[in-house]
Design a protein. Sequence first.
Length: 307
Amino acid sequence: MKHVEISGGGYTARIDPSRGANLISLRNDSYSAALLREPPADGVLDNPYLYGMPILFPVNRIENGRFTFEGREYVFPINEPNTGCHLHGALHETPFALSERSDNKAVFCYTATSERPYLSFPHSFEIRMEYALENDGLRHSVTVMNTSESNMPLFLGFHTTFNTLFLKESKPEDMRVYADITEEYERNMAVNYLPTGRKLPFDAVSAALSEGIFQPFGGPISRHYRGKGKMSVTDLTNKCRLVYENDEKYTFRLIYNGGKAGYICLEPQNCLANCANSPFTREEAGFDRLAPGESKTYRSRIYLEAL
């Protein structure tokens, strides 16, 4: 299926149904702004997570690709051999069906059944992804429904990748990043990027993020935080801010940037990395589940505001 384009409220969006209904482009007409990092024209991706807004299911890394829950062992393929982990699932590269469309809204669906399972995940489930463009920006919602007969683990996130220079006139020295964060979780960056069991006091980087004065071109970062609410990128000279608002059910953040490459990933997640095997309790790590027949909806909004 070709890309689906919608317009409304001064915004234009393109979605790729063939790759997890990924929002690969979001532009604001009045500012001539390109908010998301877009795939290259030839469609060849050097990294599938660093373009648009790919869905992560199960989000982040799972140590050795396996965990247990209610006496069942869940086994996922090791798709990151250098760490021995399963990373981010495969839904981001799985086709979704277009189920509804209007000028300013598009809805996409994916269904896993016992006959057509998702990876080796032993549950049938449905995911409904909706994009709507309104006067207040892009409204994004994703609903996950457990259609199986047992409790289903739910580890969800998005690798939302913004252009750090989202205006044509933006300059690296003018940009500042804010994130609503409360705790940093240390990860073993030399081995497998998994939480070590330690929480870190805020250093200069964390403090700058929390105060909205972090300079994204100062060098590469990769940080994992507890936090919820808003994240943003501000252009001081052009007095414009790109805002990413997330549902409070997204209780964790991963913030990663490409340094001089000009992008920053502000990733909402509903759980800690490796939450099922976490050195913390599962409650602390955000281990979530859906009962049979239960569904949960996660909402976000992306918009520009003048300062």
